[in-house]
Design a protein around this ligand. Structure first.
Ligand code: SF4
Length: 346
């Protein structure tokens, strides 16, 4: 059945509710949350129509609705991180995780910079493979969970490290996903980092709301939005930009990925995804957000990701690396940092 206007309005209201209210402490439940659970931490817990008949109804209805006591712990845990950046995309298939791993490697070319990458794509974690730490597991110490180190100055944390088998499907609903993201933020011992890149799943889902609400107090610097040039991708980017504006997340810039294919042999450039409506640059101008640059397609990027190697180390003079360096410098400028210090000239 098609969604009604009334249902759409209610949905919009609940998004606004989540964005404007701090997360509440989850009560101890006596049964698993049912499928249509509004969230045991939500204002409507135990009171919503969908709570009728749930064995937890009494507990949820009477649970204290104060702010989540874990939020100050998260803020303290992340206090050693200078800049926290979300990497977002409106739709899947635009190469967001590939871009995140390239960006991490680009930052890491400066030995004086320490980077962390947090993979919150719980259902499809691909960052560990791309950064060459797929076989790592989590080490737990009294200080917390230790991230895996892909390079001397590049740390990674992903759900992948907790899976006994990398091919296991992860089928988790909202509250459990939120719990894991909270644990990532609260328990991972990142130490002192210059930048933490948070790779999120495509769209505007639970994971985005959780990351944003959990990090509200620790101050996210902003988001980098990744798209491809064709209108079908740009349509969804407009929604992502609207989400950021509603959530109060500053947009640090838009990146157009796979903007053209540059042949590694003859360097001839071909537009695979044609920018029929002007591509990322025109959209950034239309929406009044910074445009950080276009990163061309290069088959060697896919190979480097498959082998978990740094594309920067292997092909530093490629057009894609040059474009990414420009993206890092633009990002540094938008973070009010000196671009020449963040990404020194060769
Ligand atoms: S009572 Fe409502 S909020 Fe609580 S677990 Fe059941 S469905 Fe979820």
């Amino acid at each position: 059945m098609a969604p009604t206007l009334e249902a759409a309005a209610q949905d919009a209201e609940s998004i606004q509710d989540v964005l404007t209210n701090p997360l509440k402490q989850k009560p101890s439940l006596i049964a698993p949350e049912p499928e249509h659970c509004p969230g045991p931490e939500s204002e409507k817990a135990g009171l919503a129509d969908s709570c009728a008949g749930c064995p937890n109804q009494k507990i949820c209805a009477s649970a204290p609705k104060g702010p989540d006591p874990d939020i100050p712990l998260i803020t303290a845990r992340l206090s050693g991180i200078k800049h926290k950046i979300l990497i977002l995309s409106g739709k899947g298939g635009v190469g967001k995780s590939t871009f995140t791993s390239l960006l991490a490697h680009a930052f890491a070319t400066n030995p004086d910079t320490t980077i962390g990458v947090m993979d919150t794509d719980i259902c499809g974690p691909s960052i560990p493979k791309m950064l060459g730490v797929e076989s790592e597991t989590i080490h737990v110490s009294s200080a917390g969970w230790s991230p895996a180190w892909a390079m001397d100055n590049l740390a990674v944390m992903s759900i992948q490290f907790m899976l006994p088998n990398k091919d296991d499907a992860i089928i988790w609903r909202g509250p459990k996903k939120n719990g894991l993201i909270k644990q990532f933020l609260k328990d991972v011992e990142w130490g002192d980092l210059d930048f933490l890149l948070v790779d999120t799943p495509p769209g505007t889902s639970d994971e985005h709301l959780s990351v944003n609400t959990f990090l509200k107090e620790s101050q996210i610097d902003g988001a980098v939005v990744v798209t491809t040039p064709q209108e079908v991708a740009l349509l969804d980017v407009r929604k992502e930009i609207d989400f950021c504006r509603k959530a109060g997340i500053k947009i640090l810039g838009l990146v157009e990925n796979m903007s053209a294919f540059v042949c590694p042999k003859c360097t001839h450039s071909s537009e695979i995804f044609k920018a029929t409506t002007g591509g990322g640059r025109a959209l950034a101008q239309e929406m009044g957000i910074p445009f950080l640059g276009s990163v061309p397609l290069d088959p060697r990027i896919g190979m480097a990701c498959d082998y978990g190697e740094s594309f920067f180390d292997s092909f530093p003079d490629s057009p894609a690396c040059k474009a990414l360096k420009g993206v890092v410098r633009g990002l540094a400028t938008n973070l009010s940092l000196d671009p020449g210090t963040v990404m020194p000239e060769d």
